[in-house]
Design a protein around this ligand. Structure first.
Ligand code: MG
Length: 250
């Protein structure tokens, strides 16, 4: 099932995407919701970020180019970082390049949305705690990275975390392909099986550090091929089963 949040006539609604359009739902998508009889046409609404993110956690450099490059030994502590919720925008909204620089990098990623409190869970249990999956663009200004490994500033500018368009609850995260198109030209195209630290390992690890809650979202890293983009460009991040996250760059 595909969950959406959207705006129509200044009112915010939640819904599920069907062949006929977006069917409005009421209640809490994580726990208890029901359909209403109101149906909206997809082209008549403004899509919003499909859920309200609580914590946004990313993982650094997490893909290889092919399976032969997968390391035999995994890092004991993967490089995790936080992104602020103030950096989140929806599909269609512009990514704004900060004044002092000319370009920023896109990173198309599978994003995992936690559905209920998860503390100290094992890898086998992880999918029980996942609400669904969406697409994120982990926009990055490496010009603000520091050699000591301080990434926060370069990941945190307003508009640097497009998320959407929908949350898909029935997805096999091991069998999807993460793509990105810059001005229509394909730049990223990798199966999630090329992740170094698997999604399950990541979530289990994080749950041993911090209690994860519904609305927490984990960006699982970007495939090879991410490059810089500049004002006037359009970036589309895509996972076919979820949809296209499309943002102009300003
Ligand atoms: Mg990233």
């Amino acid at each position: 099932m595909k969950f959406a949040r959207f705006k129509k006539d200044n009112t915010i609604y939640q819904g599920i995407v069907t062949d006929a359009g977006i069917q409005q739902i009421e209640g809490d998508p994580y726990t208890n919701w029901s359909k209403t009889d109101k149906l909206f046409k997809l082209e008549e609404v403004e899509l919003l970020v499909p859920f309200e993110p609580r914590h946004i956690i990313g993982i650094g450099a997490n893909y290889v180019g092919n399976k032969a490059e997968l390391p035999n030994e995994l890092p004991e502590i993967p490089v995790f970082f936080y992104k602020p919720t103030s950096s989140v925008i929806a599909t269609g909204e512009p990514i704004v390049i900060p004044d002092s620089i000319d370009e920023v990098k896109f990173e198309s990623e599978l994003a995992v949305v936690i559905g209920k409190r998860a503390s100290n869970i094992s890898e086998d249990e992880v999918t029980d705690y996942i609400f669904g999956y969406t697409v994120a663009n982990d926009v990055t200004a490496p010009q603000f990275f520091r050699e000591d490994g301080h990434w926060t500033v370069g990941k945190s500018f307003d508009t640097f975390t497009p998320i959407g368009p929908f949350v898909e609850t029935e997805l096999d995260p091991d069998k999807v392909v993460v793509k990105a198109y810059l001005n229509g030209e394909k730049k990223q195209d990798s199966e999630t099986s090329l992740m170094i630290v698997s999604m399950r390992k990541m979530v289990a690890y994080l749950s041993k550090v911090m209690t994860l809650e519904a609305g927490d979202v984990i960006l699982t890293g970007s495939p090879l091929g991410a490059v810089m983009m500049k004002a006037g460009d359009e970036i589309v991040c895509e996972i076919q089963e979820i949809g296209q996250l499309r943002n102009p760059v300003k």
